[in-house]
Design a protein around this ligand. Sequence first.
Ligand SMILES: [Zn+2]
Length: 391
Amino acid sequence: MAAPFRAQRKSFTFKGLVESLHSVTDGFPDARTGNNTLYSMQDAALGAFSVFFTQSPSFLDFQRTMQLAKGCSNAHSLFGMRQIPTDVHIRNLLDPVPPNAIFPLFADIVDGLRDFGYLDAYRSVNGDLLVPLDGTQYFSSTKIHCPHCSVKQLKNGPVTYSHTVITPVIAAPGTNTVIPLEPEFITPQDGHDKQDCENAAAKRWLRQYGSRYRTLGVTILGDDLYCKQPVCEAIRQEELNFILVCKPDSHKTLYEWVAGLETTGGVHRVQVTRRQGKRTYTETYRFVNQVPLRDGEDALEVNWCELTTTRDDGKVVYHNAFATNHLLTYENVVDMVKAGRARWKVENENNNTLKTKGYHLTHTTGMASNTSLPCSPPSISWPFCFTPCWT
Ligand SMILES: [Zn+2]
């Protein structure tokens, strides 16, 4: 069971956040057995964070030079580092630390954002925070592997080893900043295909963190892969809401119901026209409440909505549909679709940022050339994800 949110703090500043980082990293397990403990585990953790925070691969080198020349450094004054370890030291010290050692920091940051009103700007349909779930691969290789790798044998091709993680965030339509929450690692035992694996990891995340985030009011977003009865039930069990992409191919029963209701006038419609530049666009929303998500007597009833955007020359420029447990009305269907579409932010604003801007420490090892990303394992799970692959 996840810990409840902490009591309100007095201020929410960069200094306060660094103090939180200190208190969490202070408890990092130290795998060293000898006397060579020049650098503390905390200095290693703060060093890794500082490189990520400044997005400068040479930050620590520069700070070391500054420390020698002037007797002081930003590494000390900004981040409170006592000694400045090298990249090699940082990797050696942090590799054995399990990723969940840093997880309390996620809750601590969300606490602060909540207490000082910063989450209010993220409130969406029915006052909920939107939390998209999405899986992303952060390591892939045909050569390097560990016991925790997911293994895939392509027909007549090489064996591919990979690591994948679900990276939930708090997102909002019209906001480019997302707030990362605790990630959930997909393990080889989770299933045989992408869908099994992601759904198992999503359910694990819901069990672990659902009760805590429920107090904030949360709607889970996800693609069609998550729009399955077991996942929807797991979400509802935690008293969270959902808006999930719902495609015809994977929801035949639901779409038969919609088609049937359409013939009797049971599908509601809202049409909005907007101008953009010289073009006019017509947005047609269709929605129904209480249709079965799947075949069978125990099928979960969901509410369904769809948006089709048509340009004035007749071309359909956008089409998508969603299943939700929120009751749909003429007044809220536009906002509901807008919220459902915020799902892509987990990919654009979180995963791509981490993959392309984050963790320059890995560039020095030469391992990246064997991987699918410019940064291999540590790049994705802020601020540390040192998997056994990495050693
Ligand atoms: Zn591995």
